[in-house]
Design a protein around this ligand. Structure first.
Ligand code: YSA
Length: 346
């Protein structure tokens, strides 16, 4: 059976010479595939004289088994070698410095708004909201500022041209303060209540280090049977003391807003110099932080509440200005420039 010996020798050489799994597969196809050399031999057995056929068939099958076994053995060796090579190539050097993944962060105005909401939350205040596109009625009239009132000049307004609200026949505007939320809330809720209303407001003003044309305010309102300015001062003291530290002092100065009587301006001791006097507080030791007062009877009336039954205080401050003091930021415009170098510090 020199044919079989020759075939075996040739096939074994080819198997041992295969340097990869792919090459080995080629060898397998060449000898054992459907048109492979040994397969052809097996197929040709039908033409072999009958007395030899059995013997040749046996030998051919034995050769097939040998080749299959050798191929399997060689395949497993090649796979092991492949695996080893891969492991060596992909070896992880755990001493190398890692890749830094930059994490996004909340905007400083969001951080401070959440902190402020949390502090007022501990005093029982809930959060209310109102629309940024407001009617002249809620932004002015309902707050005791009729069309011909000189106090309208206190707020430089972006009016929305050509739009009228059918129900009230009043012009639309971008709200100049969050005070309209007071009226909207009182119209739909029965006292006693205490709310804060943070939100975006708009003013037609020239910008500088402390003025933006759009910024954030936070309105506060507390109404009950016997709420007084003494309650207000304590609420402010607690709020500012928690946000800026226990040494913070608060004072009220008489002021004027059409929607409160009496009206007040709230000052806090300067965080920059601790009240000793510096350029931030213009050497006074105090920084103005909010407008406030006792809700005017006309405002109660325009919200449908009887001013003889209810009294309360309201206040409003600029969230941006509070954030500037808290984080010692010199220019309000930095909040809106989207400079990642600035934003990623928070
Ligand atoms: C007063 C009495 C109340 O009972 C209730 C609320 C108020 C506040 C009133 N609605 C108001 O808007 N007053 S204000 O015109 O003096 O603005 C309040 C605060 O907004 C200011 O103290 C300041 O912190 C901030 N602010 C005003 N104009 C700004 C500004 N912040 C940034 N850019 C501007 N252009």
């Amino acid at each position: 059976m020199s044919n079989f010996d020759e075939l075996k020798r040739e096939a074994l050489l080819a198997i041992q010479g295969a340097e990869s799994v792919v090459r080995l597969r080629d060898v397998e196809v060449k000898y054992l595939g459907r048109s492979g050399r040994l397969t052809e031999v097996l197929r040709g057995l039908k033409d072999v004289p009958e007395n030899e056929r059995k013997e040749k068939g046996k030998e051919a099958n034995a050769l097939r088994e040998v080749l299959e076994r050798e191929i399997a053995k060689c395949q497993s060796q090649l796979q092991d070698a492949d695996h080893e090579r891969k492991l060596a190539a992909e070896k992880i050097d755990i001493t190398r410095p890692g890749k830094k993944h930059h994490k996004g962060s909340l905007h400083p105005l969001t951080v401070i708004r959440r902190d402020i909401e949390q502090i007022f939350g501990t005093m029982g205040f809930t959060v209310a909201e109102g629309p940024e596109v407001e009617t002249e009625f809620y932004n002015f009239d309902a707050l005791n500022i009729p069309a011909d009132h000189p106090a309208r000049d206190m707020w430089d307004t972006f009016w929305i041209k050509g739009k009228k609200l059918k129900t009230e026949g009043k012009k639309l505007l971008l709200r100049t303060h969050t005070s309209p939320v007071q009226v909207r809330y009182m119209q739909t809720h029965t006292p006693p209540f205490r709310i804060i209303a943070p939100g975006r407001v708009f003013r037609y003003e020239a910008t500088d280090a402390s003025h933006e044309i759009q910024f954030y305010q936070l309105e506060g309102l507390m109404v009950g049977r016997d709420i007084s300015l003494a309650h207000f001062k304590q609420v402010m003291q607690t709020f500012l003391g928690t946000l800026f530290g226990k040494d913070m002092n608060v004072r009220l100065r008489p002021s004027y807003f059409p929607f409160v009587e009496p009206g007040a301006e709230v000052d806090m001791s300067c965080v920059q110099c601790g009240g000793r006097g510096c350029s931030v507080c213009k050497q006074t030791g105090w920084v103005e932080i909010a407008g406030a007062g006792m809700v005017h009877p006309h405002v109660f009336a325009s919200a449908g509440l009887n001013p003889k039954d209810w009294q309360g205080f309201a206040f409003g401050f600029g969230i941006d200005r509070v954030a500037m003091m808290k984080y010692k930021i010199p220019d309000i415009r930095m909040f809106y420039q989207n400079d990642v170098r600035f934003l990623k510090q928070f």
